[in-house]
Design a protein around this ligand. Structure first.
Ligand SMILES: *Cc1c(COP(=O)(O)O)cnc(C)c1O
Length: 383
């Protein structure tokens, strides 16, 4: 067998098991996706507040900013010539909004999660991560080279035992979780994690709020704000590519940790910073997030309504949020069901291994604040 045949054989296997992937050929218009001559309401985007689809804020931004003066490239890492004043403004806004000492902005959530743990861990570190954390966190754990255990999803009894057994053996322990989980749409118990952390002197809490930033909390700062535990979380991470309708990511933390990351974090040091234009747009959106209470309330309401409808039809879903999976188990079944919904005008996508554990393929529906009850009703009828 020649080298290329080994690849084509692997792809064949993916096709047989229903796990083959390809880039969808799609076009966008507001809340709709166009594909193969069909117009479909987008139930797969992470534009949870509808900011990207509506375009109203972008218009306000582009009308009020001299966009031609904003550069479309930073041309360098922030440690060289890429550190534009826009970064300082955004980081100051984030630190102020969260009431934390410092913030640091990254090119993406993937950069954040693959960079933070490798920077902070040493030979004397242990990482305890929820079994269902995002692939980017798993890659960060692997790159860190630290010892790690992935505890059963939201199983804090197991987590506590792991802490008890290991607290004396390591200088630093990192507990890592998402707040709203990206594939199950359920939530970590942040208050309980904070409580556990406080019983030991050598634990840092690392929480990824990718799906909660913008959608939860009085000012949109996420679940930590909603639960009043922002101060207790050492590394509070979120992304700008979802509800904030932009690109990039942040960590809010104390000043010392920020300084340490600037010195040690390879995905920050060795990558060209985001364009100043993009940072300025992010800053603009975030200035509006605290005021988007109606959108958050609407998202909460419509999500609760949809979960109730599903429960009434006998589906069981772990979700407590706007991310609502319908688990089919089998990959082919998920693909077929998604295809049928697309035929009916709803852009729903299957999620399969390795994004989710084997045997837990699903449809992943994500709701946005601009959906109506009628649209939810029509979709529910089809399920
Ligand atoms: C989307 C996501 C990321 C990655 O963020 P990007 O900015 O898209 O790279 C990280 N963590 C979680 C939980 C996510 O859902």
């Amino acid at each position: 067998m020649n080298i290329k045949e080994t690849f084509s054989e692997e792809l064949e296997k993916l096709k047989v098991s229903g796990n083959f992937r390809s880039l969808p050929e799609i076009a966008h218009e507001g809340r709709y996706i166009f594909s193969r001559g069909r117009k479909m309401l987008d139930f797969s985007s992470n534009d949870y507040l509808g900011i990207a689809a509506e375009g109203k804020l972008w218009k306000e931004f582009s009308d009020s900013t001299d966009i031609r003066r904003e550069l479309p490239s930073s041309s360098s890492s922030r440690l060289l010539t890429g550190n534009f004043p826009e970064f300082r403004a955004l980081e100051a806004r984030l630190a102020g909004l969260f009431g934390k000492e410092a913030a640091l902005v990254f090119n993406s959530g993937y950069h954040a999660n693959t960079g933070i743990l490798p920077a902070l861990c040493d030979g004397n570190s242990l990482i305890l991560a929820d079994k269902l954390v995002h692939a980017s966190i798993i890659d960060g754990i692997r790159l860190s080279g630290a010892k790690y255990v992935r505890y059963r999803h939201n199983d804090y009894v197991q987590l506590q035992r792991l802490v008890e057994d290991n607290a004396a053996g390591f200088r630093k322990i990192f507990i890592v979780t998402e707040s709203i989980f990206s594939m199950d749409g359920d939530e970590a118990d942040l208050a309980r994690l904070v409580d556990l952390k406080h019983r030991y002197g050598n634990i840092m809490l690392y929480v990824d709020e990718a799906h909660a930033f913008g959608t939860r909390g009085d000012n949109g700062c996420g679940c930590a704000e909603e639960l009043g535990v922002t101060d207790e979380i050492d590394l509070l991470v979120g992304t700008f590519g979802k509800a904030a309708a932009s690109a990039g990511a942040y960590v809010v933390c104390d000043g010392l940790i920020r300084e340490y990351l600037i010195n040690r974090m390879r995905t920050l040091i060795f990558s060209t910073a985001l364009p100043p234009l993009n940072i300025k747009w992010t800053d603009f959106v975030i200035s509006r997030l605290p005021g988007m209470k109606n959108e958050r309330e609407r998202l909460r309401e419509i999500s609760g309504y949809f979960r109730e409808r599903l429960a009434a039809k006998g589906f069981c879903s772990p979700s407590t949020s706007h991310i609502i999976p319908i688990i089919t188990g089998d990959s082919q079944a998920a693909v077929l069901k998604a295809g049928a919904l697309q035929e009916a005008g709803f852009y729903v996508l299957p999620v399969r291994p390795p994004t989710v554990p084997a045997g837990s393929s699903r449809l992943r529906l994500s709701l946005t604040a601009n959906m109506s009850k009628t649209e939810i009703d029509t979709l529910s009828e089809l399920l």
